[in-house]
Design a binder for this molecule. Structure first.
Ligand code: SF4
Length: 481
């Protein structure tokens, strides 16, 4: 099995329904209740709860040194800026709240040191096909600080022609100056957090952001030549209803006309993020009500011509994600659905996750420990995981299902070197109830997820996850609905 090659495979058979067709009307409250359970979002396999501290800086250094030998392949670089001025109460990210600016200065020093540590081990392998700044809030940095960070990156790495250079911004702290500087540096994709335009919802989650402000930034980004605008929404927040959220979606479509939209399910995980308990006294939609909010939004996007990419993403038909969906080469990683630009992803910054060779690696989550480690010249690894052949096999199957809504058995034989009907006999058996419920069909050639089953794609992947039964009873994941 070739770990990297399998990402690039094209579908070997034609699906019997279009890849973005989805049927919400056939999902009854009973069906939903049956499949509404905790489950991973599969931005990696094995998933992050399986990472362990036994994987340390030396293991990461070895992975980077092996990666340096793939000298001709470009890299993907993720940079985490953890700071936010205030906390949104739904937030599930790894962040540092600091209303008063200042801590970012020492952080920029630390990032430069980490970039040097990583680049040293990568030898001559310095081409980036993708650069992504996420957070937290990358535009917590001033425009001048953004220039400094960008310079620290490009003094060690160079951007390939046509590289995807993307940033996540919080419109509340992003100025015209930010946009001008970012565009001049070479950023060509921008993602704006919106969540919901309803004032009552915004106040409930401590994130008040006007349509006018957001529309102004989108218009400015387009004038400056950002090629792709993404909007993030969240469903399942207090006070949301299908009708109300659908109105917000209508505003997004009409006033912002984004190229891509991610409509994330609010993940209520107060055992990991205790601040989320603040939402528990408020009317939080759950179960079928929460599903209806998503379904109403999805129907609205589909009616406006967007394609359903999978799980929570929508894109215009000409967008790269839509084209990749049709071509069968969509990928999924820590940033969600992507068009795979590079085989190795380096993560820098506190808490960031990388995927290098056959290893996942996560940096220190604690800011002080992160800085101490890089000050001492040690890669700031907190935990990670070296994937086994079994992990690679199951990860490839899960990615294939989640990105193409089918698993073609010839593809498994040819790409992964196993016979799926014998190797995954128990998993296929576990999927029988899904077939009985009209969510998928299985025959001698493939598993095909039917339009009604596409909302349940996380559940459909779960039988292939070898770790779930070992972790039964532990509170690790948000609910699939
Ligand atoms: S701006 Fe984003 S990262 Fe910061 S607290 Fe709000 S949701 Fe979390």
């Amino acid at each position: 099995m070739n770990t990297h090659e399998e990402h690039r495979g094209r579908q070997s058979s034609v699906p019997e329904c279009g890849p973005s067709e989805v049927d919400f009307a056939g999902i009854t409250p009973e069906l939903l209740a049956k499949y509404d359970r905790p489950g991973p979002r599969y931005t990696s396999y094995p998933t992050a709860p399986q990472f362990h501290p036994g994987f340390a800086a030396g293991d990461y250094a070895s992975a980077l040194e092996s990666a340096s030998r793939r000298a001709d392949e470009p890299l993907s670089l993720y940079v985490h800026v953890p700071f936010c001025e205030a906390r949104c109460t739904y937030c599930g990210c790894n962040i540092v709240i600091s209303p008063r600016h200042g801590p970012e200065l020492a952080y920029l020093d630390a990032l430069e040191r980490e970039l040097a540590l990583v680049a040293d081990r990568l030898g001559g392998r310095r081409t980036l096909a993708q650069l992504h700044w996420g957070g937290g809030t990358p535009t917590y940095l001033t425009p001048a600080q953004c220039e400094r960070l960008f310079g620290a990156i490009t003094s060690r790495f160079h951007l390939a022609a046509g590289a995807e250079v993307a940033i996540e911004v919080d419109p509340c702290v992003t100025s015209d100056d930010h946009l001008r500087v970012l565009r001049a540096l070479g950023f060509n994709r921008i993602s704006l957090g919106v969540q919901d335009f309803d004032e009552r919802v915004q106040q409930a989650v401590h994130r008040v952001q006007s349509l006018e402000l957001t529309r102004h930034l989108v218009e400015r980004a387009r004038e400056l030549g950002f090629g792709s605008v993404n909007i993030d929404l969240i469903y399942g927040l207090p006070y949301q209803t299908p009708e109300q959220f659908s109105d917000s979606v209508g505003l997004v479509i009409r006033e912002l006309a984004p190229d891509r939209v991610a409509a994330f399910s609010y993940a209520h995980v107060p055992w990991i993020k205790p601040h989320q308990r603040a939402l528990e006294g408020l009317p939080l939609p759950k179960g079928y009500e929460k599903f209806r909010i998503f379904a109403a939004a999805a129907e609205r996007f589909l009616a406006a011509g967007y394609r359903f990419i999978g799980m929570d993403h929508f894109a215009r038909p000409g967008d790269e994600l839509s084209l990749a969906l049709d071509a069968g080469n969509l990928h999924r990683n820590f940033m969600g659905y992507t068009v795979l630009p590079a085989t190795d992803m380096i993560g820098v910054g506190v808490t960031s996750i990388g995927d290098v060779g056959s290893c996942y690696v996560q940096n220190e989550k604690n800011l002080a420990r992160y800085r101490k480690s890089v000050d001492e010249g040690v890669l700031p690894v907190e935990r990670g995981l070296a994937r086994s052949a079994e992990d690679e096999l199951r990860g490839a199957v899960i990615r294939r299902l989640i990105c193409t809504f089918q698993l073609d058995f010839d593809w498994v034989r040819q790409r992964l070197g196993v016979d799926p009907e014998t190797r995954f006999a128990a998993e296929l058996e576990a999927l029988r109830p899904f077939a009985d419920d009209g969510l998928l069909e299985i025959d001698s050639r493939a598993i095909r997820v039917l339009p009604r089953g596409r909302f349940f794609i996380r559940n459909i992947c779960m039988p292939f996850d070898a770790y779930l039964s070992r972790d039964a009873g532990k509170q690790l994941y948000s609910r699939t609905v």
